[in-house]
Design a protein around this ligand. Structure first.
Ligand SMILES: [Zn+2]
Ligand SMILES: [Zn+2]
Length: 287
């Protein structure tokens, strides 16, 4: 349930896309002032909910069976996608599009609404609060990410993991950010990995390279300890597909990310691209 019937106005930073509640135009953006993101060169530019509704549109499509994406045009900030997973335990809203229009919310309703809402970390939370306010789901957030979740009413903070339902778990990874988490959907053998990994796709949508970072823009690698923790966690999960905030790699993803992490641990960790052994991985099917 909302904190109050009269929530504070929400504002989006057009440099990164992070939304925050504030009583007036915010003085700064906590994501952009963090070392991982570049500051806007020309100063702050925030948009209100009403301005965003007039400036941005949202489109949607099914990218894997029962996995829908919502995308904002033009991009708001870094332009993450919002994801709806139609699971056997109810729908999960994961990450958030920069702006989620009323029409997009109607589409989410047509897909069955939302039972659980979560996201990997603040860089890709987008306008998840719009989805939370419409459907009033369980809002499940890793404890260290709570300072970045003030735009919504968190009902379920968690530490190492949160089992939403059998075979549907949120797992804390740390590494990229202190509260970074991933979602494991065991029945579909998928991991929604947030910014733990990034894939490079060829012109046909096939993944050719994979990388991992402490900071993407600043090109800072993980530490050895981060890479070791990722390796232990991902090696212990049963999955084949990997879904980032931007791209879906339906098969071969586990082998690719373990190969990357083995390379990170074999020497000094690197933020450079790692070529996926065995050649490009198949693109998602056309649905
Ligand atoms: Zn920002
Ligand atoms: Zn990130």
């Amino acid at each position: 349930m909302p904190h109050t019937d009269d929530p504070l106005p929400r504002w989006a930073c057009t440099n990164c896309g992070f939304w925050q509640p504030y009583f007036a135009t915010p003085p700064d953006c906590p994501v952009c002032t963090d070392y991982r993101h570049p500051l806007p060169r020309a100063g702050w530019d925030f948009v209100s909910e009403g301005e965003a509704a007039g400036r941005f549109e949202t489109t949607w499509r099914e990218v894997l069976p029962d996995v829908w994406t919502f995308e904002t045009a033009p991009a708001l900030g870094i332009g993450p996608l919002g994801w709806i997973l139609r699971t056997e335990h109810g729908n999960v809203s994961w990450e958030g599009a920069g702006w989620t229009s009323d029409a997009a919310l109607d589409q989410v309703e047509a897909l069955g609404g939302v039972r659980f809402l979560s996201g990997s970390h603040a860089h890709v939370f987008g306008s998840w609060w719009r989805v939370a306010e419409r459907f009033e789901p369980e809002v499940v957030v890793q404890s260290a990410a709570l300072p970045f979740a003030q735009a919504l009413a968190v009902s379920w903070p968690f530490g190492a993991e949160a089992e939403l339902a059998p075979g549907l778990r949120l797992l804390w990874t740390g590494g990229h950010t202190a509260g970074h988490s991933v979602l494991h959907w065991e029945a579909r053998r998928l991991v929604f990995c947030g910014d733990a990994f990034k894939f490079r796709l060829d012109a046909d949508g096939r993944a050719t390279h994979v990388s991992t970072h402490k900071a993407y823009d600043a090109h800072i690698p993980l530490s050895h300890d981060d890479a070791r923790a990722y390796r232990a966690l991902f090696a212990g999960l049963d999955f084949d597909g990997v879904v980032t905030p931007w791209e879906a790699v339906p098969t071969g993803g586990k082998a690719a990310v373990l190969s990357l992490l083995d390379a990170q641990l074999a020497g000094r960790p690197s933020a450079d691209w790692h070529e996926i052994p065995g050649g490009p991985l198949p693109a998602p099917p056309r649905l």
